[in-house]
Design a protein around this ligand. Structure first.
Ligand code: KG4
Ligand code: ZN
Length: 338
């Protein structure tokens, strides 16, 4: 029998609702929040207020677009964490009330599981990953290499000891004077630049862990010194600076994935999370895939950054196993993935 799942995502600054019928996506509505760009980062208080404004119209639009009524749903899946507390509370409270009023099962989803499981949403011509596979999860808040053995068994084999990759992109963009989120701006400018024009020192962390704070500092000092000699250095070298910084981040990310894949003898590798939209990272994964004979999985843009479709698919797997939440469930702000 078909299962219609409503997914709700509100962990950061995107309010999103999606409807899935089994693996097939019927709608995925996202309301972004422009208000944060002028502050150079997400302002938690403003984010939760915007979620309050957006949540009802977004869910309504997702149901209409899917062409179903609320009574046709089989379960309500929502992001329980990690994320900003005020933002999560809006989605969690809405999901509870909505499920309660319709007597529907409530399914809590971990945001990071959602990013990883987004690869299982049906896409014409795309094969789903086979277990076990490695997933490089790279977002604004997290950078992890995860061994995925099933939709519910995930083991973190490496993670950042300080900044996340997306954070590194956003901070470098801020140094260059670009608005938040700066990752997509750097990606766009990098396309016409030389990745070897400048060299920024990459961290040497043991095992499969990452560190990006040194790279950020190296970029900051480099810019400070160059701007002393030439106040127009950033504008005049924008493409080369972006390409070189992006190269350093992607090179660092891929070197640990290659090591983990070799050591764990896994030849299927996926990327997920906002930074998986980066064209340099996608290119590096394709090249590594060819070189090491991996099967690779790259999400479409709408599934890489935050969205509720990924919450709905992760919820679908839990729904099939009958893993439902109580109505006293509360959000968690820090990652529970180990
Ligand atoms: O997964 P996501 O939407 O939200 C979190 O869960 O954090 O990721 C957002 C992050 C931001 O840091 C943003 O700058 C980065 O993903 N990002 C990119 C690109 N698109 C989004 N970074 C580099 N290149 C991109 N094309
Ligand atoms: Zn995310």
């Amino acid at each position: 029998m078909d299962a219609f799942i409503l997914g709700i995502e509100s962990s950061c600054d995107d309010t999103s609702a999606a409807v899935l019928c089994n693996h097939r996506l019927l709608s995925n509505v996202i309301a972004g929040q422009e208000v944060h760009a002028q502050y150079g980062g997400v302002v938690p208080e403003l984010a939760s207020r915007a979620h309050q404004q957006n949540i009802v119209p977004v869910v309504d639009a997702a149901l209409k677009k899917a062409g179903i009524g609320a009574k046709d749903l089989n379960a309500v899946a929502f992001t329980r964490g990690p994320g900003l507390l005020g933002s999560l509370l809006v989605g969690v409270s809405f999901a509870k009330s909505f499920a309660y009023s319709l007597h529907l099962p409530l399914v809590e989803v971990d945001h990071l599981h959602g990013h990883i499981l987004s690869h299982f949403i049906f896409r014409e011509g795309c094969e789903q990953p086979h277990f076990p596979f490695l997933c490089l999860l790279v977002s604004g808040g997290h950078t992890q290499i995860v061994k995925v053995s099933s939709p519910s068994e995930m083991q973190v084999v490496g993670s950042t000891i300080d900044d996340a990759a997306g954070e590194a992109f956003d901070k470098a963009a801020k140094i260059l004077g670009y608005p938040y989120p700066g990752g997509p701006v750097i990606d766009r400018l990098a396309q016409t630049g030389n990745p070897h024009a400048f060299t920024f020192s990459e961290a040497h962390v043991p095992g499969y862990d990452y560190s990006f704070s040194g790279l950020k500092t190296s970029f900051l000092y480099f810019m400070r010194d160059r701007l002393k000699d030439n106040p127009h250095f950033a504008e005049e070298n924008a493409a080369d600076l972006c390409a070189s910084f992006q190269y350093a981040v992607c090179h660092s990310l891929m070197s640990k994935v290659i090591k983990a894949a070799r050591d764990l003898k896994i030849s299927e590798v996926a990327i997920a999370g906002g930074v998986s939209a980066n064209s340099g990272l996608q290119q590096s994964l394709r090249e590594a895939g060819e070189k090491y004979h991996w099967t690779i999985h790259i999400p479409t843009l709408s599934f890489s950054t935050d969205n509720a479709a990924m919450i709905a698919i992760a919820g679908y797997y839990k729904y099939l196993k009958g893993e439902f939440s109580d109505y006293n469930v509360v959000p968690y702000t820090r990652s529970e993935m180990r």
